[in-house]
Design a protein around this ligand. Sequence first.
Ligand code: GLP
Length: 241
Amino acid sequence: MRILQAKDYKEMSEMAADIIGAQVLLKPDAVLGLATGSTPIGTYEELVKRYEAGRLDFSKIKTVNLDEYRGLTKDNAQSYYYFMHSHLFDNINIDKTNTNVPDGMEPDALKAGEDYENIINKFGGIDLQLLGLGNNGHIGFNEPCDEFIDKTHVVDLTQSTIEANKRFFESIDDVPKQAYTMGIGSIMRAKRVLMLVSGKGKAQIVKDAFFGSVTPKVPASVLQLHNDFILIGDAEALSCL
Ligand code: GLP
């Protein structure tokens, strides 16, 4: 595990864009695993800037997103599909047929999971997986539980995640109660994992996840076992270490 400290959110976003940008330069047809949430927004803005400046070419890049709310259509402004298009895909020269987000409208959970794993396998696996960190230690939507779940699956969101994510919805009742998420194995099989953490609110969970025991009760703790895991945090998020 490598921990890189940034002084603030802006510097964290630039450092993340440096690492993702290097991946795109070194392997123009790389498979990027992408994340949503507020933390990576600055990174996507940086990548768009670098594309606009002619420094990055995404035309051969392929992407797989971590997760999607179950039951939200693609045109729902709170869907992760919508998020990815508005923050990144619509603003760079990526071939949209090479971008993937789990299908939140697939009613058959088993099929949704299998289809998504097939896409990852067809791409030959993920070169670089970007992650945020949930307040309760979740990655993607792998919530604290009794075991690590390997592959893409449906999850019941915990009350704390529903609370944390209600800020994006009109009311808490509008927050979906379930989601599809890549599994812990899908994430761990990525060649490199890059996690971003920002703000005081993440400081304690960063300490628990990366300096405590490896346990499915804190899903992100499994990343201690990844052999190319990079954590970039701003000073506040790393303040308990
Ligand atoms: C959501 C996403 C996660 C994300 C987390 C943290 O629950 N499913 O992938 O990491 O939120 O979000 P934020 O970056 O807004 O703190």
